[in-house]
Design a protein around this ligand. Sequence first.
Ligand code: AYL
Length: 545
Amino acid sequence: PSSSTGPIILESPFGTVNPVDLTLPEYIWRNVDKWEDKPMITCGSSGRSYTYGEGRMICRLFASTLISKLGLKKGDVVGLLLPNLPEYVFAIHGALEAGLVVTFVNPLYTAMEVRRQFENAGVKLCMTISLLLPVIQEVSPSLNDYVGTIVFGGEEVANEKARVYDFKTIVSGQSPDELPKSFPHEVALLPYSSGTTGLPKGVMLTHRNCAINLEQCTNKDLISYEPTTDTYQERVLSVLPFFHIYGFNGILNGVLSHGLHMITIPKFTPESYIECVLKYKPTFLFVVPSLLLFLASHPSVKPEHLSSIKEITCGAAPASKGLIDNFLLKAQKDIRIRQGYGMTESSPVSLYTRVILPENKTGSTGQLVLSTQARVVSLTDGCDLGPHKSGELLIKGPQVMAGYLNNEKATKETVDEDGWLHTGDVAYYDEDEYFFIVDRTKELIKVKGNQVSPTELENLISQLKGVADVAVVGIPDVLSGEIPRAFVVKRPGMDIDEKTILSHVEKNVVAYKKLAGGVKFLDMIPRNPSGKVLRNELKVFGNNP
Ligand code: AYL
């Protein structure tokens, strides 16, 4: 499909997806009867575990509890401040089954970060663990129509007067009362993403967006799990957070819908990870490049530790051919390494490498998943480009979000009238239509696969009196991929030092957002005539410490 003047639209080589007319919970549980007695999810640290039969029932009862005992109504928003625990499944799928909309945050977020997202999303009910209840208590007074907080393992802190409920207590004795009816086109999830510019925004993902994205990766060329049977079940280890679309839809829901055994750890340490690999002998791992680097280079990871692993999927940030080759050298065995590419705004997967990847395609982020189209357009004149020419990647498919919450302007800037999602990533495709991501035009900084919005840090730094102007960019880093660095112009006659700026940022944001790349002082921030920061100039400058 090529034309020298009009759009050059690439189609998925895998064909079209089966239509999905189910909500997300209906989709993930649709075959649950086949593996009721099999383990569903296990905490790799504590060993706490639930079978599919138990998990399915608890979600159903929790959904009824939310409606009958707490009086929530369809469409109400719940906010999750939770680490990766087995009970995460109940929190999120119980709420979705009840017709509620879910937003989630990093459990290490500061109260300020949680408040901004929960307020913006309109959260009425929170879910957390005892340890993090103080954060919720700081945030909840600013929430309109606040209903309360459910605490997992909260027997000690429960307090009806203060509207703090223990999960087990409130679900116990619940009957599977009727639930409001939900539909596939309705919004299910509000993950936050800064997209191509500005502050994090609520990404409206519908039930269908999420369910169809799972189906779009379900094809004999794309899926390699052995089916779950009486005698066999794949084991998947992942520490990637369920509060990110990769961990939630890409990993957890994929696992649940195929009846696999999920093993998770609430907090990554090299020791706990290796211990889990040895104890549970996972057959599949999901990683981000910094975790692959850990496996490839950490002295405590030995080749024999990796003997159970058949396949590793890596996504969320670039993994070079060099990194993949280094890992395989270390593993001393044939492990399939697959890459996925996507965005929160596309539920997330748009590109995925096929199970059997031709050797000369290592480093590619793969091909278009089912029913997905792409264009690559010139960064200078917007014209469509042919093979081997780098430009902005545009994506179209049923996984593309319904829009940003209460933000029509950002929605229009990101998804155009014809439905093309402007990714802000620079890519090219080769003669076989394998894609390679080479750069990013958007401001977004990715630290170990986590999103960092430069605007958020710039706003924070601007609060300091001595700062006249500021710009934050990502600079390359071996361990994290990128790290944020601030360029600051001092206010005339005032002095402000690097330490003050670093500690102000560190106090207010989660650790991965801190200015690990330091602060550089400049006389002025380079901007174009319309005032837009010339980030590339700063990046080049930023390469010289
Ligand atoms: P967000 N290679 C290079 N950059 C990538 C890749 C990749 N494989 N995947 C994601 N990115 C960058 O919303 C890219 O800049 O979603 C993209 O626009 O947090 C941005 O990350 C989106 O960041 C999977 C596994 C998709 C993971 C994901 C990524 C979800 C990240 C499919 O199988």
